[in-house]
Design a protein around this ligand. Structure first.
Ligand SMILES: *Cc1c(COP(=O)(O)O)cnc(C)c1O
Length: 464
């Protein structure tokens, strides 16, 4: 042996095997118990404590993948996946991911692979039109979009940008940031990382949407204390119930106060591909930043998160650093985008490729079709639950998440959730809203269809 590498011929052979493996997996995934039932530590115990000193045959790796790893897999790609939110994938996405890995480019700068940057610009601009976002957010305008790893990163970057702007007139210890009691935890984490010490939690109304009057009052109270409101997050599709905050009324107050308004549409953003959903994002032209996750509900495998700003200058001012080793003619010419200046990491994967594969495979109409189908399945399930005296739907369900309880109370609700998960045939999340136990049914795995939701309903009916 002259070297230890896998030759291109061997790669071709094993590559075909692995594509078959993944295709078989996705074809049969509905047959697996959805939640893994391994005990803590079981997978580690089954694996050797040290790396192999000598090369091992690829077949042995695949054997252990099947025998040791697979039992510890939770099947997010099962059509019976109703937990959390989806993290769905699709054939074109997986193939785009494979090409990105094969090209192996590190797209930190335009010059380190021009196509990686320019394709990203094209797809994020496409999405502006696809989702009915403000035209000013296109790269051709003052704003722009970028692909980041996660919505959490976007919240963090938005807060750092807002902090740097506010620093021009006030000190960090006087700045106040706002969220609702339903805002995702990543926002509080972002505030902590960005160094904010005043984090206000605004109460929500009976639909779990932020109460604009409570927000206005809190802002006034903070002003009266000599503090400076600088940042608010509004959500389109909260994690617990998919509630939609009143963007226009919150943003109107916030802009009068000179605050930065960030929209977290991590989940709900995908639904905006359907024009009939867009009234829920009314007021976006007032906001400063916006994030959504194609890696949740747009058939694009994790990770792929889009972050838009209405004005890219403060973002780039906050994130840009140019050490000598990154200097290059293209950057200095000012004619190109270097997306490393649009987030925290320097290194960048070629994430736009899988999103481009997805958008071209489905077309706008294909994505609309499947999102509408998921929404309609959720509405049907909500209607069945509402019609049955044993159950109560406890929150509005604008998208494809239905949250319900057993009318027998918290104990009965928890028992039902545990019973449903214990069947192994479905996975769903239990949650609490205030004091109330509830069950979340999130419909959005790529292949979830009426037969799967009917199957879930049959189980609920039987165990309820
Ligand atoms: C899932 C989710 C997040 C976190 O997304 P990541 O991309 O995993 O960081 C944030 N906000 C909301 C509303 C979410 O649903």
């Amino acid at each position: 042996m002259t070297n230890y590498h896998m030759s291109p011929e061997e790669f071709r052979e094993h590559g075909h095997e692995i594509v078959d493996w993944v295709a078989d997996y996705l074809m049969n995934v509905a047959e697996y118990p959805v939640n893994s039932t391994v005990e803590p530590g079981a997978i580690r115990e089954a694996l050797p404590p040290a790396a192999p000193a000598r090369p091992e045959p690829f077949a042995d790796v695949v054997r252990d993948l099947n025998e040791i790893i697979m039992p510890g897999i939770t099947h997010w790609q099962s059509p019976n996946w109703f937990s959390y939110f989806p993290a769905n994938n699709s054939g074109p996405s997986l193939l785009g991911e494979m090409v990105a890995a094969g090209l192996g480019v590190q797209g930190m700068l335009w010059s380190t692979s021009p196509a990686a940057t320019e394709l990203e610009t094209v797809v994020v601009d496409w999405l502006v039109d696809m989702l009915g976002l403000p035209k000013a957010w296109k790269t051709t305008g003052p704003g722009g979009g970028v692909i980041q790893m996660s919505a959490s990163d976007s919240a963090h970057v938005a807060m750092v940008t807002a902090r740097e702007l506010a620093r021009q007139h006030t000190s960090l210890d006087r700045m106040v940031v706002y969220a609702s009691d339903q805002t995702h935890s990543s926002v509080e984490k972002g505030a902590r990382i960005a160094g904010f010490t005043h984090f206000r939690v605004i109460k929500t109304d009976e639909d779990y949407a932020m109460d604009p009057a409570a927000f206005t009052e809190q802002v006034a109270a903070d002003r009266a204390e000599g503090l400076v409101p600088v940042f608010v997050t509004v959500t389109i599709g909260t994690t617990a119930t998919s509630a939609v905050d009143p963007i226009r009324s919150i943003a109107t107050v916030a802009k009068q106060e000179g605050m930065w308004v960030h929209v977290d549409a991590a989940y709900g953003g995908s639904a905006m591909v359907c024009p009939e959903q867009r009234h829920r994002q009314d007021g976006l032209e007032l906001v400063d930043s916006y994030t959504f996750n194609p890696h949740k509900w747009m058939f694009t495998n994790f990770d792929c998160n889009l972050y838009y700003v209405a004005d890219r200058k403060p973002l780039i001012d906050a994130m840009s650093i140019l050490p000598p080793y990154l200097r290059n003619e293209a950057t200095l010419s000012g004619k190109v985008i270097d997306y490393r200046d649009w987030h925290v990491p320097l290194g960048r994967r070629f994430r736009s490729l899988k999103l481009w594969f997805v958008l071209r495979h489905y077309g706008v109409e294909g994505i609309q079709h499947h999102i509408r189908e998921h929404i309609s399945l959720a509405q049907d399930l909500a209607a069945r639950l509402a019609d049955d005296a044993r159950f109560e739907v406890v929150a509005p369900h604008p998208f494809a998440l239905v949250v319900f309880r057993h009318t027998g109370g918290n104990e009965a609700t928890r028992k039902l959730a545990a019973g449903l998960n214990a069947t192994g045939r479905v996975s769903l999340s239990a949650t609490t809203l205030g004091e109330m136990a509830a069950i979340r049914v999130s419909i959005g795995q790529t292949n979830t269809g009426a037969e799967h939701v009917n199957g879930l309903w049959a189980l609920i009916d039987k165990l309820g």
